[in-house]
Design a binder for this molecule. Sequence first.
Ligand code: NIG
Ligand code: FE
Length: 387
Amino acid sequence: MSSLLLTGIGSLVTNDPAHGGLLGELLDAAIVVEGGRIAWVGSRRAAPAADSSADLGDRAVIPGFVDSHSHLVFAGDRAEEFAARMTGQPYSAGGIRTTVNATREAADEQLTANVARLVAEMRGQGTTTVEIKSGYGLTVADEARSLAIAADFTDETTYLGAHVVPAEFADDPAGYVDLVTGPMLDAAAKYAKWVDVFVERGAFDADQARAILRAGQAAGLSARVHANQLGEGPGVQVACEVGAAAADHCTFLTDADVDALASTGVVAGLLPAIEFSTRSPYPDARRLLDAGVTVALATDCNPGSGYSSSMPFCIALAVREMHMTPAEALWSATAGGAASLRRTDIGHLTPGARADLTVLNAPSHLHLAYRPGVPLISKTFVGGRPV
Ligand code: NIG
Ligand code: FE
């Protein structure tokens, strides 16, 4: 096993509290990578010898972004819907059906190419782990193939048969829930780690969500929930009740919702690119952070409510619009994402962690929010390999 020494790291974000502060930042640092893992981290002057070495020229290094929420398996786009929103039309869950029609008609190769394109976009913007949901198939065969395609790109695959009730079940939502908890789950489960439900007016209610999440759990999947995006509702409470890893969106919360997240440890996933692209009020990140809730930042990249694949964009929004500090935003985009996916091997750069790291064309991570819209990613390593 050959080792690689990376030196010339002007600022290294480890997310290791042992190094002080939220981000465990080390200046003038070095890292040794071996066998795809971090073998050593410390001051450049104390660095051990390695088989090969590279000087990063005083750039900043951060843990690769962990994007814990995306919908990449789809065909077509909804640019016209976005344009209409910008002239005042509200976003509604019903738009999902447009993408469902296009996705059902697409060949497997076309769906695979779409995921490959978007994952490449993400990698180019510093993301090293991405969760990918199904949810634009909504038939047994189309959900199963969506997840099979997603599984070629990530271990973090999520069965979202309960995205909306498809048109052919409009008069029989209970029949659709039976399909989602029965034959569709049977076909999807072998490709999925997670089960998710869009709990919202126009999508699924609390009882339907409980039934779907419990069925998924019985089939060996772990739960995550789309909660409280378009208005107050039962999503967060259901997520806490079933022991979900994450409640994502969290745009409209009651005090009881915030208390429930804090006391259960369910991660709140904040997806500010969605509020940007739907011109909606941003979630109150400070209220969650001040209550001690673990916050993850993710893109929610999808063709409808928000089509950005950029974690740096989400960080800039979190800082400028949601009053997170740059350190909180970066932590939530890395360690927070890992917590949301219940992963302990990623989201930090400490010995033993997977060597997933992003090199910035900048002297410090502060530039991510300070220079919004600027391509600052110099290199991304996944499992110690440049990608
Ligand atoms: O997370 N909320 C549900 N799903 C996506 C939107 C999907 C769509 O509009 O196509 C979301 O925002
Ligand atoms: Fe989503």
